[in-house]
Write a protein that binds this ligand. Structure first.
Ligand code: HEC
Ligand code: HEC
Length: 151
């Protein structure tokens, strides 16, 4: 009996939810409003410009052991079963010649902390942890502060 009551109540809540959603959008043209501005369904908003990654940008860490932000574009850099574009510059073998930072020894460690002869599968998909930083202005104010020890 209790179970039935709960079911009935939640179905009721669902119907109320649907009705409310309809009321909030009373037959308008419809569109999407976001922090990047509003656009209506029947007009095509021009595409945003590609983001720039200034060569001289210096990206500091906000907390200890943070995966460093990527200061350059990663457009069309393939990371797949067949190829890892990032390693063509960042591996220990290639870093010096390419003038890139070499990946640190942690990238060669497995989860038992054994150092492997090649990049650990845990660290193969670089963009899982590292993200590129463009010179994009924050869309909303951000009061985040870096940890005390890095200020
Ligand atoms: C063509 C060579 C090249 C490729 C490919 C490349 N990088 Fe880089 N990367 C560099 C160089 C050079 C730097 C040093 C900073 C600079 O000059 O932009 C750098 C800097 C970085 C840094 C910052 C290191 C630090 O010490 O703060 C990270 C993180 C990074 N790259 C990650 C990546 C990832 C992830 C990929 C693949 C999606 C990638 N890179 C592909 C050349 C490359
Ligand atoms: C599981 C998360 C993770 C993955 C995946 C990962 N990294 Fe990192 N990376 C880190 C962290 C955390 C650091 C900073 C601490 C350290 O060196 O371990 C770092 C540091 C770096 C640095 C700076 C090294 C230095 O000495 O300053 C480079 C360059 C880098 N990573 C490149 C890469 C590339 C290229 C890949 C893909 C092959 C990759 N990382 C994959 C987490 C990751």
């Amino acid at each position: 009996m209790k179970k039935l009551l709960i079911t009935l109540l939640s179905v009721g809540a669902m119907i109320a939810g649907v009705a409310q959603a309809e009321l909030e959008n009373p037959g308008g043209i419809g569109g999407v409003e976001s922090l990047r501005g509003a656009s209506e369904l029947e007009s095509t908003r021009p595409a945003d410009d590609f983001k720039k990654f200034p060569r001289e940008q210096v990206l500091e860490s906000d907390f200890v052991y943070q995966p460093p932000l990527i200061p350059h574009s990663t457009r069309s850099y393939e990371v797949s079963l067949n190829a890892n574009k990032c390693l063509s510059c960042h591996s220990w073998k290639n870093a010096k010649e390419m003038g890139a930072t070499k990946i640190s020894v942690t990238h060669y460690m497995n989860r038992e902390d054994a150092v492997l002869a090649d990049v650990s599968p845990r660290r193969y998909f670089c963009l899982q942890c590292h993200v590129p930083q463009a010179n994009a202005k924050p869309l909303i104010e951000n009061e985040y502060q870096r940890v005390e020890s890095l200020r």
